[in-house]
Design a protein around this ligand. Structure first.
Ligand code: ADP
Length: 236
């Protein structure tokens, strides 16, 4: 497992590094590029650098989780805003893959304890999977429940066989479905998502119909008091 993990990480590193080098060299050499081409080159560099940092963050965090040294700093904050920021960060990457990203997040959700960097990582992992195994469009929404807040990430892609639904959150697990196998991956993204959600006292679950798509649910419970804490009027 370790060998195939190392091989898949090396494989995943290669593509963004090559793209960044090629586009950077073209700009550095002053090749005749029109305005649009130059803009596209810069866009690819930024997008691929984002992908690279997501991969490196995942590998480093996974190692820290395995060593038992990963800590999260949960602070009372606006989860809706954290999720919306993560969606905005991923938008360019998703659109470049031809995936429309829609979000329906109410701006008056109560505050809930969370680590905003960790939740950005959770959203990055779910959204990059939704683009990778999905297609067309992806929708992120939020629902206020009596006991907490639920974030949903819905895609319209290949879906997941019911026999695999429990296993996809295991470390290194990659589907045996040939369609899923055609996409590159390391098998640690969802293991990190589950770990982070458990560190928040919450959970991640998935509902999927093979051939139709998947919906991932993230549940964030309110603080132990069990009561939602309202956002200050006028606060954004
Ligand atoms: P990987 O690097 O393989 O994408 P993950 O831990 O993120 O690793 O996901 C584990 C497996 O779960 C994937 O290999 C894929 O088979 C399946 N999977 C994850 N997200 C989706 C999705 N949105 N649609 C279909 N299958 C998915």
């Amino acid at each position: 497992m370790k060998t195939s993990f190392a091989a898949s990480v090396s494989h995943e590193l290669r593509s963004p590094i090559t793209q960044i080098r090629l586009k950077g060299e073209a700009l550095q050499l002053g090749l005749p590029l029109d305005q649009d081409d130059r803009a596209r080159h810069y866009e690819v560099i930024v997008r691929e650098a984002e992908r690279l940092s997501r991969l490196v963050d995942n590998v480093l965090d996974f190692a820290a989780i395995e060593r038992g040294t990963k800590n999260y700093h949960l602070r009372l904050g606006d989860l809706g805003k954290t999720v919306q920021n993560a969606v905005d960060t991923m938008r360019m990457t998703m659109e470049a893959r031809g995936v429309d990203l829609l979000s329906r997040i109410p701006d008056d959700l109560p505050m809930v304890k969370h680590d905003s960097d960790a939740i950005a990582q959770v959203m990055g992992n779910l959204l990059s999977n939704a683009a990778k195994y999905g297609g067309g469009w992806v929708q992120v929404s939020a629902t206020l429940l009596p006991e907490g807040i639920q974030i949903e990430v819905a895609d319209h892609g290949i879906g997941i066989d019911y026999q695999e639904v429990e296993r996809i959150f295991d470390k290194f697990y990659r589907s045996s479905d040939p369609e899923a196998r055609r996409r590159k991956g390391t098998g640690i993204g969802l293991a990190i998502v589950r770990y982070i959600m458990e560190a928040h006292g919450g959970q991640v679950s998935v509902y999927s119909t093979p051939g139709k798509g998947s919906v991932f649910h993230l549940f964030f419970p309110f603080a132990t008091s069990g009561r939602p804490i309202s956002k200050r009027p006028g606060a954004s």
